[in-house]
Design a protein around this ligand. Structure first.
Ligand code: ADP
Ligand code: MG
Length: 287
């Protein structure tokens, strides 16, 4: 039965999509069965997995609106099969931007992805969800469906800014909608050890969050940045690049963590927690 992970951070450009597609490819490379769900209307994870978002017949949008099942909508890229790191893709495109508005009117609006995933969960070891850069109803669908959240972050001065919003949202989802949810870990990405500040922030993260910081560090690596323009994860584009290798290492770390996950709840909800973020989030949309 697959474990489901959201790759989330409400900041844009922090490496969510790069993490999603390369972790998916890395897991596939080490023999895991993987489904990657693109939950961002920009469709970057779809394009970066070798699927043309403009040509998608069915997408995650149709699944959320219950117009299609995941079995009908998922696709696979031949190029990833050739590269030996193939995974299934539930793609996204601009249609998804409209889902946000349409979902508000519907029943079970925050658990639609969860319900859809439950039908295919037995077919995979990992399901990864690439979230949009906002704490939106789409992200909420991701968080409700997931067992854990992977938070990619750059080791910069403002890295932690905004993290508390994400942590609060996760706490509220944990308290109200999804008792399984926990933060699996913070992933240091685009890391450049030559920059003293990055090293310092990295050390601080370790000191503060301990084993909630993944051991694997993803370096800044130009091959990872080039790969999307070829419609491939770095791991398929240039498997020997340092950045690609780091995602194989991360995939192995995730497989190891899976063994220790059961029953652990990192984000504990106390009775003092009030569902401020969550109700605020939904409330705004109801008006
Ligand atoms: P997000 O999904 O959070 O918006 P992306 O994964 O799209 O972020 O990354 C933002 C930009 O940074 C992209 O141009 C991507 O290619 C680049 N990038 C991401 N990770 C790395 C890395 N480790 N090394 C170099 N460039 C990276
Ligand atoms: Mg993205």
């Amino acid at each position: 039965m697959a474990k489901i992970f959201c790759i989330a951070n409400q900041k844009g450009g922090v490496g969510k999509t790069t993490t999603s597609v390369n972790l998916a490819a890395g897991l596939a490379k080490v023999g895991q069965r993987v489904l990657m769900v693109d939950l961002d209307p920009q469709g970057n994870a779809t394009m970066g997995s070798g699927i043309d978002k403009r040509k998608l017949e069915l997408s995650v949008y149709d699944v959320l609106l219950e117009a299609a099942s995941i079995t009908e909508a998922r696709v696979r890229s031949d190029r990833l099969v050739e590269a030996g790191c193939s995974y299934d893709i539930l793609g996204a495109n601009r249609d998804l931007a409209g889902a946000e508005v349409e979902l508000v009117e519907l029943e079970h609006r925050e658990t639609r992805l969860k319900t859809a995933l439950s039908q295919v969960q037995a077919e995979y070891d990992f399901i990864l969800i690439d979230c949009p850069p906002a704490l939106s109803l789409l992200t909420l669908n991701g968080l409700c469906a997931a067992h854990g959240v992977i938070v990619p972050m750059q080791c910069e001065y403002f890295a932690l800014e905004g993290l508390s919003d994400l942590v609060n949202t996760i706490k509220q989802v944990h308290a109200n909608l999804n008792k399984d949810l926990e933060i699996i870990g913070l992933l240091r990405v685009m890391f450049d050890p030559r920059i003293t500040l990055q090293q310092q922030v990295s050390d601080q993260l370790k000191a503060h969050f301990g084993d909630k910081v993944f051991n694997t560090v993803i370096p800044r690596n130009v091959r990872l940045a080039e790969a999307p323009s070829y419609g491939l994860p770095g791991l398929a584009f240039d498997p020997s690049a340092r950045g690609s290798q780091s995602f194989v290492e991360f995939a192995n770390e995730m497989v190891e963590r899976l063994g220790t996950m059961k029953g652990v709840t990192a984000v504990r909800a106390t009775s003092a927690d009030r569902p401020v973020s969550l109700s605020g989030l939904l409330h705004k949309r109801e008006q």
